[in-house]
Write a protein that binds this ligand. Sequence first.
Ligand SMILES: C[S@@+](CC[C@H](N)C(=O)[O-])C[C@H]1O[C@@H](n2cnc3c(N)ncnc32)[C@H](O)[C@@H]1O
Length: 236
Amino acid sequence: MNNLVDSAEQLARGMGLPPRLKHFLGEVYFQFVLWRTSRQIATLAEGQGLDRKTLDAMRRAWRNPLYTATLDYLEELSHLAASAEGPVLECGSGLSTLLLGLLTQRRGLRVWSLEHLPRWHDRVAMSLQKCRIENVELCLAPLRNYDAYSWYAPPLERMPKDFRLVVCDGPPGTTPGGRYGLLPIMGEHLAPDCVILFDDASRQGEAQVLRRWAEETGIRVNLVDAGRGLAVVTLS
Ligand SMILES: C[S@@+](CC[C@H](N)C(=O)[O-])C[C@H]1O[C@@H](n2cnc3c(N)ncnc32)[C@H](O)[C@@H]1O
């Protein structure tokens, strides 16, 4: 079986193949890896996340390495999503959106994902549809200027008021204020014991956001792995 999977992966990488065929094979291979992952999820015990090998296979099959969260981040996300007890908010969509949907759907939870780029929104929406992941509300939320910073313009009136987990991997670092807007804009929609999984915490701009949040709101920032830039933030 492993040999077969390795051959399929090599074929999907398609060195020397015409681009359209290469793309087609890549899509078929991704569907296969995703199907295998969803079968594995069905066998996981309550609260158990996916193993690194499976996440690595998903990451490679997704074929967007520059923008996709690291394996460490996906591993932490997988554990938190598997034990989340309420709705999940995501800032910045991608492979993480599909994983969040898969890991929470059997417990009837909903995932709200904010995406500012129309083309990327359509790409992720199509993957959700192809993979029949129906518990994700993927919102096209353009970046808006809130005077002191920019952040997504989310459909607040439709959104839950008790998010228990936030996966914070956007907006991009070049956005004025970076990820700062999450707490002022979404604060009233987060449950008191909400956990925020924060990527790139060792980058200067993101570290500054964490410091500002801590000063202004008293939240507790727990650097899971400062070297690799992963932070878990608790509100209480
Ligand atoms: C760090 S990425 C989010 C990655 C996502 N959380 C994941 O793990 O797959 C942040 C933003 O980059 C943008 N982005 C993702 N892939 C892109 C691509 N291939 N080209 C341009 N922008 C991209 C999207 O707007 C996305 O919300």
